[in-house]
Design a protein around this ligand. Structure first.
Ligand SMILES: [Zn+2]
Length: 480
């Protein structure tokens, strides 16, 4: 007990010591430039225009398809037009998966009360046998219930599994991970036990009658032979009511999804070369691919607009940053961070991972930024705190230091690259996420401009810093 108390006391004293550290001085000129950049961003609609162009002139751009290739060409042209340096495509290989059919697939209840359902194949799913299939539904109220149901080995043989978990909406989007377990992993449990297919309540918070797609997981590279689909929330409610009435439900479906072999994808890269430390890279990203069901305005056309506009506003300010700002528009994010892994592995091979001073991605829609989180060495916290204070007038609070940089930053973060993240309000993000309703009309120009302001200021200040943000090895005692 005493021991615990002693540790707690030490921790709180350490907290006190941190609180009493001198505030970090960003420098008067540097701060004034940052504030001017922020104002310029609030007055600019460049991000909005970029996203409008991508969603209008390219549209849906599923990883590995000709549409995604067209998005890369669009990006190169756009980045060159905006006078970025070193604009290039870094290609990588990808296993192509497509649904092989239109956005909605043929799924219907046949008994007890026949009616069609709005459903969509999940990324990576297999197809039904030619001509379709019909089977009885085994209803699980949650993914945990499915996990716990293995007492009767044969209960799922020849059946369709339905998993019903709901997702909770929140500003941080934190309900997603938990609700998403059924999308990622239910197929493995179902297939292993002889089920003919899987249906899930859509992972999302919308009550509209469209389904949310998204990638499944493939443990050890294993891929499903069975179909797996999400149904819209109102259709999931219908199945739930029938289950509660004690009815035996049968469903028929015909789907065409499958893996189509190796194709090429790519990341699009552009830079503003640093004046004093060109080898030091501040990497900012978004992903260029989207699901096939919509124009991917929020996921992640908005991110493409926001990070590109932020870098461009710095480039056109007349002030060159001391470090290089590298914009990476990643390919093939939705299908498993394939572009992000290719980028990070290439840096591992050419030995430049350590040049990446800090990273961040915008990939959570276009609502306002409300919090700055970080993941940097302890010694660098006063500087990140000072950067946060410059952004405070935009309405940002300071988050903790255990954040990530965004999905496409994960491989770099694993390799030790420090991260910051401007967190957006995600209250309604999962109403549109991976649905046919993720379209340009959902973006509010003023909210997007606030994002760009925060990004422009933060990126400027990070690119003019001289700090190594990586955790520093403890200093050896001089007397030892
Ligand atoms: Zn995304």
């Amino acid at each position: 007990m005493l021991r615990t108390f002693a540790v707690a006391a030490l921790v709180s004293m350490a907290g006190l010591a941190h609180a009493q550290t001198e505030p970090f001085d960003l420098g008067q000129d540097n701060r004034e430039i940052a504030q001017a950049l922020g104002q310029a961003a609030l007055d600019s609609d460049l991000a909005y225009e970029i996203t409008e162009s991508l969603t209008t002139e390219v549209g849906p751009r599923l990883a590995g398809t000709p549409q995604e290739a067209r998005a890369r060409d669009w990006a190169v042209e756009m980045l060159e037009e905006l006078a970025f340096e070193n604009v290039r495509i870094e290609p990588f290989e990808l296993d192509l998966w497509t649904r092989g059919h239109s956005v909605y697939e043929e799924v219907a209840i046949t008994a007890p009360y026949p009616q069609e359902l709005y459903a969509i194949s999940l990324g990576g799913a297999g197809a039904t046998p030619e001509g379709g299939l019909e089977a009885e539904v085994v209803f699980f109220d949650s993914y945990d219930a499915l996990l716990a149901s293995d007492a009767d080995e044969d209960a799922l043989e020849g059946k369709l599994v339905f998993v019903n978990d709901r997702m909770v909406a929140s500003r941080t989007g934190e309900g997603y991970g938990w609700a998403n377990r059924k999308r990622r992993d239910a197929w493995v449990l179902a297939e292993d036990r002889g089920a003919l297919g899987v249906l899930i309540r859509s992972v999302g918070t919308s009550t509209n009658r469209f389904a949310h797609t998204g990638m499944m997981s493939f443990p050890d590279g294993r891929r499903p032979d069975i179909p797996a689909l999400a149904v819209s929330a109102p259709d999931a409610d219908q199945l739930e009511r029938l289950h509660e009435m004690g009815e035996t439900v049968s469903i028929t479906m015909r789907t065409y999804a499958g893996w189509r072999g190796e194709v090429m994808s790519g990341n699009v890269i552009a830079e503003i070369t640093g004046s004093e430390a060109p080898d030091e890279i501040v990497i900012i990203g978004a992903h260029l691919d989207s699901w096939d069901t919509a124009t991917g305005a929020l996921d992640d056309g908005a991110g493409v607009g926001i990070v590109t506009a932020a870098a461009r506003l710095i480039a056109e300010s007349g002030h060159r940053p001391r470090r290089t700002i590298r914009v990476v528009l990643f390919g093939a994010e939705e299908v498993g961070l394939v572009g992000a892994r290719a980028y990070a592995n290439a840096r591992m091979e050419d030995g430049t991972v350590g040049d990446h001073i800090i990273g961040s991605e915008s990939d959570f829609g276009a609502r306002e930024v409300w919090r700055l989180r970080s993941n940097v060495g302890e010694h660098a916290l006063p500087e990140i705190d000072a950067i946060h204070r410059e952004l405070q007038s935009l309405g940002l609070v300071r988050g903790d230091n255990s954040g990530g940089g965004g999905p496409d930053m994960i491989p770099l973060q694993y390799m030790g690259v420090p991260m910051v993240r401007l967190e957006q309000n995600g209250e309604d993000y999962f109403e549109f996420h991976h649905t046919p309703n993720d379209t340009f009309d959902k973006i509010v120009p003023e909210e997007m401009a606030q994002n760009v302001a925060a990004w422009t200021m933060m990126v400027w200040l990070l690119a003019n810093s001289e700090t190594d943000f990586r955790p520093q090895a403890p200093q050896a005692e001089a007397s030892e």
